[in-house]
Design a protein. Structure first.
Length: 333
């Protein structure tokens, strides 16, 4: 298996997941400078009233900041960054946004909600690679057939829109036929879980929820405080919020007047022009790895902690797998 040059020489085999509303250039820059892939959804860049195209502004900001970092820190260059594109035909901005990403030579394109050959071709023409997120082996095959370079396996436990399959089962099925770049999403929230993802067969971990609780994230203080108090048991999985299965903080449902115990029988999909709880804005997502979060810290510090945990886990596994010398119990006197 060959890892593309874009994904080599990372400090950690980790990709920061693009999070709707939460991810922004400041977070991406901090992630990349700390040695992991940072990413942002293209749709987070909302055009301003002045007529400017905000995605252009963001890509210029990220590119210039990382170039300046590399010049000042030649021994520890920044990791590459990624932009997430919703490639479903309902995304009216897609054609414009992928042209902008091609012009700025965004190194990694993360595509979601359908695989599109023409999008992959444009990325390759720009010298970029495409990672497509999938929730099943069937969708994984389709993505590779249509030209994606790698896959993001979204398994049970992932924050926001989630898969339903065990990470072990999903990675195992994909690895039976695909030996290219593979990231795993689903409760990856510590250095130990990152190492476990690699042991299961993935090349990279895909982490989102812990980065919501960072200084750089565009998340309300109440959201971050809720993350610091939550455990896995406080995560509710439902399709009632957006029509697609997702993982959400039960306390955020309660705060909008929704009983988490009845969410399976409800639908919050209504007239978006009328007042009511809004997905992502009022109903907050989180993955089942939320129990690792107990404070809000700079992204650099979070990545440093994960790196320490990752190294400790590697040492622990080395001790476990090293054969021990069996002492003889015979009396040699």
């Amino acid at each position: 298996m060959t890892i593309p040059a874009h994904l080599q020489s990372l400090r950690l085999p980790l990709i920061g997941a693009p999070m709707y509303i939460v991810s922004n250039p400041k977070l991406v820059i901090a992630q990349c400078q700390a040695g992991i892939v940072g990413s942002v959804p293209a749709l987070n860049a909302r055009d301003g009233d002045g007529g400017g195209i905000m995605l252009e502004v963001w890509l210029k900001q990220i590119t210039e900041a990382l170039d300046a970092w590399d010049q000042a820190n030649p021994d520890t260059p920044a990791a590459p960054f990624a932009v997430n594109q919703i490639v479903h035909k309902s995304n009216e901005r897609l054609e414009r946004d992928i042209k902008i990403c091609a012009r700025w030579k965004v190194p990694i394109w993360i595509t979601s909600l359908g695989a599109r050959e023409e999008v992959n071709e444009m990325a390759h023409q720009a010298g970029s690679i495409v990672l497509h997120d999938v929730i099943s082996n069937r969708f994984a095959r389709k993505a590779i057939e249509k030209g994606a370079d790698g896959l993001i396996a979204v398994a049970a436990g992932a924050g926001g829109h989630t898969g339903a399959q065990s990470p072990f089962a999903l990675v195992q099925e994909i690895r039976q036929w695909f030996d290219g770049p593979l990231a795993l999403s689903g409760a990856i929230a510590s250095g130990a879980s990152l190492l476990a993802a690699q042991a299961a067969g993935a090349d990279f971990g895909y982490m989102g929820t812990p980065f919501i609780a960072t200084k750089e994230a565009d998340a309300p203080q109440a959201y971050q405080d809720m993350l610091c108090q939550a455990q896995a048991q406080d995560i509710v999985t439902t399709a009632a919020v957006t029509g697609v299965n997702g993982n959400y903080l039960s306390a955020s449902l309660e705060a909008t007047g929704v009983d988490p115990g009845t969410i399976g029988q409800l639908s919050l999909l209504g007239d978006k022009t009328k007042p009511g709880p809004k997905p992502w804005l009022d109903i907050w997502s989180a993955g089942q790895g939320v129990g690792s979060i107990d404070e809000v810290v700079p992204a650099k510090d979070l990545i440093g902690r994960i790196a320490d945990e990752y190294e400790a886990a590697r040492k622990r596994m080395t001790r476990i797998t090293t054969p021990r010398t069996i002492q003889s119990c015979k009396d040699t006197s």
